[in-house]
Structure formats: structure tokens, C-alpha cells
Design a protein around this ligand. Structure first.
Ligand code: HEM
Length: 151
């Protein structure tokens, strides 16, 4: 194991902890508590929180993509050549991850096209958390699939 492999795993897992954990906190702790505030204060708090959280989401997406593709193309590919199931599972995971990135960006963004999605933020945050649980499940499973190269 070289230093880049350790660094990319640390980055990938650390990012998942911060972003998925932060989303659970927003959905199940902050949102229900903030909903008890008067409307104007609730709206202001939401605006302030989202402006800060947006920076975490954007940085998180970049870190997931860099560490994930490094891990996939450089570290795992040589170990799993010809292993159709491994690549199908990782491919599915990557597609789901991009779905999550889309939802997360739309929820913190300001684009008018995704206003409807932001109005139903509770629902879409729950969908995002469920998708993340599937992504983490697939990732945990493929990690223990034996390599085809005997590594
Ligand atoms: C929502 C975004 C994502 C989450 C929550 C996530 C989560 C995880 C977790 C928890 C692991 C297991 C890490 C370990 O125990 O070492 C993992 C591994 C991995 N992830 Fe991600 N990931 C995400 C996005 C991506 C993306 C965009 C890629 C792009 C290629 C990617 C590629 C990989 C690869 C190749 C592995 C290693 C699989 C193996 O051990 O064989 N991930 N991911």
C-alpha cells in the first residue's frame, strides 16, 4: 500500500462521513427544530445554513470524484480485471453517486428549475440518505470481493 492509496481512502471515507452525516443532521435534527421557529426566522436560518452547507457539498463532490476515480482506475482496476460482477456493482454505485451529487447540488443551489425540489426538501433529503445507504452498502460489499489477479 503506497501513501496515495492510503490518502485517497482516507479522503473518500472521511468525505462520506462528513457529507452523509451532515445530511442526516440537517434532515432529522436541524430541520424539525428550525420548523418550530416563526416563519421569517425559519426562512432566514435556512438561508444562512444552506449558504454554509453548500461549500461542504461542493468540496465533498470534488473530493469524492478525485478519490473515487483514483481508487477505481489506479488501485482496484488491476486487481479486478475481467471480474464482471465487481465492475457492474462499482458502475451501479458510481451512477447512484452521480444521482446523489445531482440531488445534493439542486438542494443547496438557487436555480429556478429546481425550486420544486427544494420545496420538497424533506422528501428529497430522505431519498438522498437512502441512496447513500445503498452506495455505502455496495462499497462495503465490493471491498471484500476477492481480486482476480490474486492480489
Ligand atoms: C455519494 C458518494 C459516495 C459515497 C457515500 C461513497 C462511499 C464509499 C465507501 C464508504 C467506501 C468504502 C471505503 C473503504 O472501506 O475503504 C467506498 C469505496 C469506493 N468508492 Fe466510493 N463513495 C461515493 C462516491 C464514489 C465515486 C463517485 C466513485 C468513483 C469512481 C467511487 C469509487 C469507489 C471505489 C473504487 C471504492 C473501493 C471499492 C473497493 O474497495 O473495491 N465512490 N466508497
Amino acid at each position: 500500500m503506497d501513501i496515495l492509496t492510503i490518502l485517497s481512502r482516507w479522503t473518500h471515507v472521511g468525505t462520506a462521513i462528513v457529507i452523509v452525516g451532515g445530511t442526516c443532521f440537517l434532515r432529522f435534527v436541524l430541520s424539525p427544530a428550525a420548523a418550530q421557529l416563526p416563519d421569517a426566522e425559519h426562512a432566514k436560518l435556512k438561508e444562512l445554513v444552506m449558504a454554509k452547507w453548500k461549500k461542504f457539498v461542493m468540496a465533498g463532490i470534488v473530493l469524492f470524484i478525485i478519490s473515487g476515480f483514483y481508487n477505481y482506475l489506479v488501485v482496484q482496476m488491476p486487481k479486478h480485471r475481467g471480474d464482471g460482477l465487481y465492475h457492474a456493482l462499482v458502475g451501479t454505485k458510481i451512477l447512484l453517486a452521480f444521482g446523489i451529487f445531482f440531488l445534493a447540488s439542486a438542494l443547496v443551489g438557487r436555480s429556478k428549475s429546481f425550486e420544486g425540489l427544494r420545496k420538497n426538501a424533506k422528501l428529497w433529503q430522505t431519498v438522498l440518505i437512502l441512496l447513500a445507504a445503498i452506495v455505502i452498502g455496495i462499497s462495503g460489499y465490493v471491498k471484500f470481493m476477492p481480486g482476480t489477479s490474486g492480489v
